[in-house]
Structures are given as structure tokens and as C-alpha cells.
Design a protein around this ligand. Structure first.
Ligand SMILES: [Zn+2]
Length: 239
């Protein structure tokens, strides 16, 4: 077995991957290997489905191990809170999203949920424009920091939080979050149950067809078990 920095953290054996799975999009069993390396040398195998071309990690760690990675090791790889953003002005990418949203529907009094708000930029500025906002944030550090700013946020996961705590939403937003779910279909079903009848869903994900840096050592990640293109993302949403 390879020696990696991933294995020395905590008790978890992050790289044991006993779960061989069918394609999370089409259920197909035929796939071709694409890569054996990932960012931070947290190396799991990446495959491409021969039926629908979805790119995904296969085999996977168990769901329990994958969840524990987030609580025990994620902040080691992806940073503690070092500098909290000022709220002096809307960041450009937030402004673009909120402007686009307002061309469809006024934000005033909309119920808006962000899954994984992180440092809360979108949540904060959506509230400044009048939306009633709430976040679900699995990281305790981020959730506590948002609470200190008075931003409503559950320290929980989308899959496990009780529906009675949330109600229904006019807008649900996920920025670079959807590719993290252990099972994206289960996450989508959950989101569907939380959206109001004419609700809007915003999903932003990295595009596997346009990797912004090295595929093997940067773009493919332990924490991204599913890698979408426009086609496979639309396919999953249609399903
Ligand atoms: Zn497939």
C-alpha cells in the first residue's frame, strides 16, 4: 500500500476503498480507468462510465469513513478559518449570482437556503438584499463563525438534518458543494423535498471538461467523488 500523508492523520484509514459501485448517474457497470492519483496524494481511483460518461471515484471508502474524513481531516487539507472576509462590499461572483437571481424573481422576503455556505459571502449578501436566509454547514468552525455574525446556520448535513427544522425554500443554492456528496442522487431527492412548488435551485460545480489545473494532482480530489460536465450534471438533474 502506498505511503501517503492522508493515512497518518487521525485514526481513519482514508484510502481503504471497499465499496465498488455502479455509475451514480445511469447505474451502468462498465467503466474505464481515468486516473489513479488525486490532490494531496489522497489517491483513489477515478473512472469514466462507458454508458453516460460520468466521471466518478470507484471504488469508494465506506460512507462512514468518508463522513469522518470531513470531521477529522478536512480542515487539515482545506484550511482552518485564517481570515474572515470583511463585509465591506459584495464580491463580484456573489453580485453576479444575486443580480441573475433578481432578473427572475425579487429577493425581498424569499426564503433562501444555502448548503455549505462556508464563509457566508452569498448568505450575507442575499440577506442584505432582503432574502430570509439560512445555511446548513457541516463544519463546526464555519457554522460557529456565521452564528457570531448573526447569520442563521445549522451545524449539520443536508442528508441528516430533520425536515421539520427547515421548512420549504424558494431558492436553494450550492456553490462547489454538489460534487462533494457521497451519493448525489440522495442529496438531490432531499433538495427536491425542500424546494417550494416554483422553487429555484442554483448549482455551481467544477467542470471536468475544463480542469483549471493538473487533472491528476489538483483537479481530482478525495472530496469530489463525482466530477460533472454540463452534460452529466443536466442528466442527473433531469433524472
Ligand atoms: Zn453512467
Amino acid at each position: 500500500m502506498r505511503s501517503t500523508e492522508g493515512k497518518r492523520l487521525g485514526k481513519g484509514t482514508w484510502l481503504d476503498a471497499p465499496v465498488h459501485r455502479s455509475c451514480p448517474l445511469c447505474g451502468g457497470m462498465k467503466h474505464q480507468p481515468l486516473s489513479g492519483t488525486m490532490q494531496h496524494r489522497l489517491d483513489l481511483a477515478t473512472v469514466i462510465c462507458q454508458e453516460c460518461s460520468l466521471v466518478f471515484t470507484n471504488p469508494m471508502p465506506t460512507e462512514e469513513v468518508y463522513s469522518r474524513f470531513y470531521t477529522d481531516a478536512y480542515s487539515h487539507y482545506y484550511g482552518h478559518i485564517t481570515s474572515w472576509p470583511t463585509r465591506a462590499m459584495e464580491p463580484q461572483h456573489v453580485r453576479q449570482w444575486l443580480d441573475a437571481l433578481e432578473t427572475i424573481r425579487p429577493l425581498n422576503d424569499l426564503r433562501l437556503l444555502e448548503v455549505g455556505p462556508g464563509r457566508g459571502q452569498f448568505l450575507y449578501w442575499a440577506r442584505q438584499r432582503g432574502a430570509q436566509v439560512v445555511g446548513i454547514e457541516p463544519s463546526r468552525d464555519f457554522a460557529n463563525a456565521l452564528a457570531k455574525e448573526g447569520l442563521p446556520c445549522f451545524n449539520d448535513s443536508l442528508e441528516h438534518i430533520g425536515s421539520d427544522r427547515l421548512g420549504r425554500f424558494d431558492v436553494i443554492a450550492m456553490f462547489h458543494v454538489f460534487e462533494h456528496f457521497y451519493d448525489p442522487q440522495i442529496a438531490l431527492a432531499r433538495i427536491r423535498s425542500l424546494l417550494s412548488a416554483r422553487g429555484l435551485l442554483i448549482i455551481e460545480v467544477p467542470n471536468i471538461l475544463k480542469p483549471y489545473r493538473s487533472l491528476d494532482h489538483y483537479f481530482l480530489r478525495y472530496v469530489h467523488p463525482t466530477n460533472f460536465s454540463r452534460q452529466t450534471l443536466c442528466g442527473m438533474l433531469a433524472k
